[in-house]
Design a protein around this ligand. Structure first.
Ligand SMILES: NC(=O)c1ccc[n+]([C@@H]2O[C@H](COP(=O)([O-])OP(=O)(O)OC[C@H]3O[C@@H](n4cnc5c(N)ncnc54)[C@H](OP(=O)(O)O)[C@@H]3O)[C@@H](O)[C@H]2O)c1
Length: 349
């Protein structure tokens, strides 16, 4: 374990994002799911406004969040215009480009042409002249890293991005990206990998990164870590303890694949729930505190469908710190469960 992280005062504690001047609330709200055109605007609005009220001022977007792609940014743009205009500079807003956004070779991956065109489109949807963090959403083996990182540098130099980062890059690719960035004089601020009790790849030594894990590489390179899907898309909550609720992500047939809810995985989830209950917390709350136990994790980027879910998640932070015996009990069931949807989609994870 590492030293206790520095915390700044605030409704939700803040952690410094790597070596940068950016401080992020340890809980971030992501707008990947539940921000499509089929969710009523008022429900989306209630969730985002509650988040900001709670101190969850870091809001994570991407060009393709919806459906349709772009819908989440349009919603955020509406909210910025009508509810949050005066608070714009209190918020840390992110967006990304890497997955398919429009047809043809320049509508996805990591080329300069795609990344900068997509950023311009994102800013138009958001009604902003700059974004706080712009990410390369995934490593692109067909584009030189110099081009991808160079495009992030252009976003910074033009003022369209205040900081830049990389998402779902392996430890080795992150190390390479840091080298390239240093050579180009571009400062990378944050990486965004998936991470949860059921998906622990960022802890694993990567032989291609001299045996360092992504957490090691990030810490050595001064990068913050924004860990996404800390609840394993809802598997690490009470949602699936006794079946599949009709309004759940799994029932909607989206990215939470039915195969993830195997008997074996659910046995681990049930065992982890026992640990949570013994400490007087919900499983979601345990999953959040666990993901934040290592101070190299700057923030967890979680999702919520309702303000009540978000409130429960933020309340996790008031729980007692995890004891050594609890961490040991958790380790027995916090095993890789084959739920890293983003591994194969990110070329080399
Ligand atoms: N960089 C990338 O490539 C990437 C990829 C994926 C995600 N992300 C980011 O990470 C964010 C979070 O992803 P995620 O939505 O998969 O995260 P998650 O936090 O692992 O899962 C969120 C889901 O868990 C359930 N949930 C949340 N709180 C709950 C509670 N207290 N009690 C019961 N159920 C609860 C809800 O499911 P129900 O809807 O079933 O109620 C909710 O939609 C995204 O919005 C996005 O910003 C980034």
């Amino acid at each position: 374990m590492h030293d206790a992280p520095p915390l700044a005062p605030g409704p939700v504690p803040l952690r410094r994002c790597g070596d940068s001047g950016l401080w992020l609330p340890v809980v971030t709200l992501g707008l990947w799911q539940n921000f499509g055109a089929s969710t009523p605007f008022d429900a989306q609005r209630a969730l985002v406004l509650r988040a900001v009220e709670l101190g969850v001022t870091h809001l994570d977007l991407a060009n393709n969040y919806g459906p349709p792609p772009g819908a989440a940014e349009l919603t955020m743009g509406r909210l910025l215009a009508r509810d949050l205009a005066s608070r714009r500079d209190e918020l840390v807003l992110t967006t990304k480009a890497g997955y398919r956004q429009w047809p043809g070779p320049y509508g996805e991956h990591g080329s300069r042409k795609y990344l900068l065109a997509s950023l311009d489109q994102s800013l138009r949807r958001l009604g902003l002249d700059h974004i706080d963090v712009f990410y390369s959403h995934r490593f692109d083996p067909r584009t030189p890293l110099e081009e991808t990182i160079g495009a992030l540098g252009s976003a910074l130099a033009s003022g369209r991005a205040r900081a830049v980062g990389i998402s779902s890059y392996s430890a080795a690719r992150t190390a390479q990206a840091l080298d390239v960035a240093r050579d180009l004089g571009v400062r990378l601020t944050v990486c965004q990998p998936s991470y949860s009790m059921l998906n622990r790849w960022i802890e694993r030594p990567d032989p291609a990164a001299d045996g360092r894990s992504l957490l090691d590489v990030a810490a050595q390179g001064g990068l913050g870590v924004a860990a996404f899907s800390p609840l394993a898309q809802g598997m690490l909550t009470d949602r699936y303890l006794t079946g599949v609720p009709a309004d759940s992500r799994a029932a909607r047939g989206g990215p939470l694949r039915a195969s993830y809810l195997s008997e074996e995985n659910l046995a681990h989830v049930l065992a982890l729930d026992v640990v949570a209950r013994a400490r007087g917390q919900s499983l979601a709350q345990l999953a959040i505190l666990w993901a934040l136990r290592d101070p190299r994790v700057t923030t967890v980027v979680l999702g919520a469908r309702t303000p009540a879910q978000l409130e429960e998640n933020v309340a996790a932070l008031g729980g007692p710190p995890l004891a050594e015996a609890e961490l040991e009990a958790i380790d027995a069931d916090a095993v890789d469960a084959g739920v890293n949807l983003w591994g194969p989609r990110s070329s080399d994870l």
